[in-house]
Each structure stands twice: as structure tokens, then as C-alpha cells.
Design a protein around this ligand. Sequence first.
Ligand code: GDP
Length: 364
Amino acid sequence: ALTIGIVGLPNVGKSTLFNALTKNEVLAANYPFATIEPNVGVVPLPDPRLGRLAEVFSSERTVPAVVSFVDIAGIVRGASEGQGLGNKFLATIREADAICQVIRAFVDDDVVHVDGRVDPADDIETINTELVLADLQTVENAVPRLEKEVRGKKVDASVLEAARAAEAVLSEGIPLSAAVAQKKLDPAGLRELGLLTTKPFIYVFNVDADALGDSPQAVARRQELAALVAPAEAIFLDAQLESELAGLDDADAAELLAESGQDEPGLHQLARVGFATLGLQTYLTAGPKESRAWTIKQGATAPEAAGVIHTDFQRGFIKAEVVSFDDLVEAGSMAEAKARGKARIEGKEYVMADGDVVEFRFNV
Ligand code: GDP
């Protein structure tokens, strides 16, 4: 399964956030693919549609999609030179498919900041510099090796060119993803190098309670912080509040959430943004046994989607019968949705859409 690595300076609230995530953790028994390790949190992707489907189909249970987060030890200045936890840190982060950077934006004199002051812009710069330096070291080591391999015709010259282009970008202190976004760099040739700054980034600002909700000053504060990382996604949450929310029953959590002025916990937003950042989407199935969300890559075709349930479904795929969630709920039952002509028959080329409720037909 794809994972999101949580990184950040020490004392920014990473452990607090990770603890909140693991309080939400799904039962490993339902997710045999998820090897649960102490530093991995497998959390449900919030999806209110599942509850509605379960009503329509009288399902015994609902099974959400999940998102996996890995807690990675704190970065400090010099991490790229292997200081402290540097090397171990870099190896773990290399395995993550996206990076979630936690930034301290809360003020609390009782919590020491490693650099002695709360300065989100500076902290982002510190982390990104370490990641850029680590990548620079990787490509500097790779270029001489690739030159040899190109001469020996073991590697295509385009791979060496890509590494050299990446070296030029990194030497200027620019993360590779920024150059890729501006179409100044093609990531295709860089894949095997395991670089860090080509990964998609999410920024989580750990803010004080007064930066949440709809007050003009809260909105202004969030805009100011979001501008530091745009066009990357910014999420705002209070890690301590999230940790408290995750430990409460539904009624108490709803009350505390309402007091905070938020419509939903920040963790829900984090799970959704994380899932999308990994390039994933879901489709739905429903029946008396369960209403379930299945994880597919964005752009997956109907047979690929069927293959997530069982490889035989993909091999023997005939067609998919698809009703959109909205049509289905409006009709009130599958039979009524079909009677209204809302069920579509889709073939092998069909690209799955978000909210598709599907029944597959296949040969065994
Ligand atoms: P880590 O080193 O990044 O994992 O940081 P921790 O999660 O251990 O948090 C460091 C300290 O900051 C702990 O004492 C937390 O209780 C505190 N802390 C975490 N989040 C918040 C927050 O949102 N507000 C305040 N005031 N303190 C926080």
C-alpha cells in the first residue's frame, strides 16, 4: 500500500498528530495487506456515502478505504549529512510515496522550539533545504556511475541527462517537484534514483485554536500560512485538539468540534487530502453483507477496478453495471435506479469515476 511519511522539526507536534491518527486506526484484521508496525498508522478515509449506502442496502457493515501514515523521526539541521538520526531518517523517507510536513504555527512558551522561535517560513525552509541537500548528494553520487553505464551501453543516455538536469536544479536550492511543476524537468528519467523532493508534498500547520473557525482573523492567519507553501496543499489543525477528539465518543467529539468552530476534524481533511495526493480514488460496492469503498489509482479502468476485489474479476471481466451514488440514493434502491434507467453498462475501456457504485459481471 502507498504511504505518507510525516516529517518536521522536533517539537512541532508530529507525535501528537500521529497519536491522534492511531487512535483512529482501523482494525488490521479487515486489512490483511496492512502490516501494522508501531510507526505506521492505517486510518479510515472518511466517507459519509458509506453510511447512506448501508441504509439503502441494509448492509451488515461498512468498510472504508484507508490511508497509511508513517511517523518518521524529526529532521534537524544537518540531517542530510547523516547527523543524529539523519541516515535512518533518509532511508525511511525514501520509502514513502508522499511527504506530509508538519509545521509549528502554535505559540506556547512552555514548548521549546529547536531554533528558539516560532517562524513557520523559516522552518519550512530548514526542512526543504535538508531534503534538497540529501537529493543533491544522491545525484552527485549517481552521475559518475551513470556516465560509466552510458558508456557501457547499460543505461539510456536520457537517464544521465535527467540526473544532470536534476543536479542543476538542486544546486540552486530548488526542490525538484517545483521544477517539474514548471515543466523545467521531466521526472520520468529520475524514478530509479529514489529522490525525496520529487515526491508530492502536503503541509500541515499545527495552529492555535484561534486560527481555526470562521472569524476574520482566523481566515487571514490561514491565508498567510497557505501562501508560504502554495501551490502545495495546506491543512490547518490543532494537534492537541485532534488528539482529544480522537479519544472521545461521537457525541462528546461533536460538541468539542462545534466549540472549535470546525465542520469536521482536521484529521478527516488530512486523510482525504493525503489519499488524493497519493493519486488514489475510490469506487463503491454495496449489498446486504457490506457497503464498501475500494481503492484504485486515479484513471483506473473498469477491469483494473474489478481486479482490486479479485484478480479473477479482472481476468474474466465482461462488463460493469454502474449507478452513480447520487442517482442510487435518490432512487432509494438498486431496482428502482435500474427502472429509472440510471444504471449504465460499461465495458473494458471505461475509466472509473468518483462515486460510482458498481456491480461487475465476469467469467470464472
Ligand atoms: P514532535 O517532537 O514533533 O513529535 O512534537 P510532540 O508531538 O512531541 O509535541 C511537542 C510538545 O508540544 C508536546 O509537549 C505537545 O504536547 C505540545 N504540542 C503539540 N501540539 C500542540 C498544539 O497544537 N498546541 C500546543 N500549545 N502545544 C502542542
